[in-house]
Design a binder for this molecule. Structure first.
Ligand SMILES: Nc1ncnc2c1ncn2[C@@H]1O[C@H](COP(=O)(O)OP(=O)(O)OP(=O)(O)O)[C@@H](O)[C@H]1O
Length: 229
């Protein structure tokens, strides 16, 4: 068995400086994520969950510390290489879907594949398969404004999966949805993990969502504390 973590975080610190003061958000985080793990990071509002997720997903740089992906020190990469890494290996689902309003559901899902150089035929076929999988194929020709919140989030999940990432990052993926719709999106995310074995990390207030995950941490006072899911 390969014991190398997919992602490893060593002594991660993050502070934000203001004119009069500095705030330390992350204070020496260590974490190992193995292939196929499902990890939920919970914690009070403002504690730094999004900041941590953004650094682990290389969207933001830490003040100090390192993030390794399969042993590669990510922040040593050039910004072009880092952008390529994100496009090829990572999928993102945010609280707000960030779908492009002028494109249909189908086009929104295809777009990352077209940008990555896939042929239109292959991108279209992959998007069709994913729209079916997330249950919105019947709305494929609707623009985001013509979809419900839950449908928009399903399209965003399909888009996150289109390039077959190794790791899915989700930041409050159900934060903007009513309870019923949130539960459907939760089960969808989880069923995707069950089918594909994809590694999934979510930051959330939602303890019900966290309870579906195998490994749970609470972020508190800049530290990650392992807890029961
Ligand atoms: N760019 C920034 N500059 C200064 N302070 C920031 C910046 N980004 C975040 N912060 C501060 O860092 C803290 C952590 O923010 P973060 O968004 O990571 O929290 P969170 O746990 O995800 O919160 P929530 O659950 O409410 O979304 C907050 O106090 C926030 O005001």
């Amino acid at each position: 068995m390969n014991n190398q973590p997919l992602l490893e975080v060593r002594n991660l610190w993050k502070s934000f400086s203001h004119k009069e003061y500095q705030i330390e958000i992350l204070k020496g985080i260590d974490l190992k994520i193995f292939k196929g793990n499902t990890i939920a990071i919970t914690g009070a509002s403002g504690v730094g969950k999004s900041t941590l997720l953004h650094i682990l997903a290389t969207l933001e740089r830490p003040t100090k510390g390192k993030v390794f992906y399969k042993g590669q020190d990510l922040f040593q990469l050039s910004s072009d290489a880092l952008a390529r890494f994100r496009n090829q290996k990572l999928g993102f689902v945010f609280q707000f879907h960030y779908l492009l309003p002028e494109f249909t559901a189908w086009e929104n899902v295809m777009l990352p594949a077209l940008i990555a150089g896939w042929s239109e035929k292959k991108a279209k076929e992959q998007a069709r398969r994913l729209l079916q999988e997330v249950g919105v194929y019947h709305r494929r020709n609707h623009r985001p404004g013509e979809l419900s919140g839950g449908e928009q989030q399903r399209v965003a999940i399909a888009r996150a999966l289109v390039l077959e990432p190794e790791l899915i990052w989700a930041d409050e993926p159900t934060g903007n949805l009513d309870q019923n719709t949130a539960e459907k999106v939760q089960s969808l995310l989880f069923s995707i993990h069950q089918k594909t074995g994809i590694t999934m990390i979510v930051a959330t207030h939602n303890l019900k969502l966290a309870s579906l995950f195998a490994i749970c941490y609470e972020l508190t006072q800049g530290q990650l504390i392992r807890k029961q899911c």
